[in-house]
Write a new protein. Sequence first.
Length: 100
Amino acid sequence: RRSASSPYCRVYVYPTRPAEGALLTPTVWRTPTRERNLSPVWDVTDTFVYEWKSPDLSPKTYGRPHISSPVHEVSLPESDDKMLDEALMTLQILRTEMRE
């Protein structure tokens, strides 16, 4: 008797910034299972709305003294694209928070 895998994909996304003091938790999406298929093809999609608002970096927000520079400094390239700069800064802050 031959058996085959029944694969599926699980996708973890982080569409919203956690509330103050809350843990970062993902939204999980799972594709349908392709029963007994060693070469699966998924023709499925899902949409996630990302709403990461700029964090309040004041000392009051985190309940600890303000640190003038992040623990893990990342130099950002100069850019006229303010939206990209804000996204990069948010990712830098998230990385620092996840390592704490």
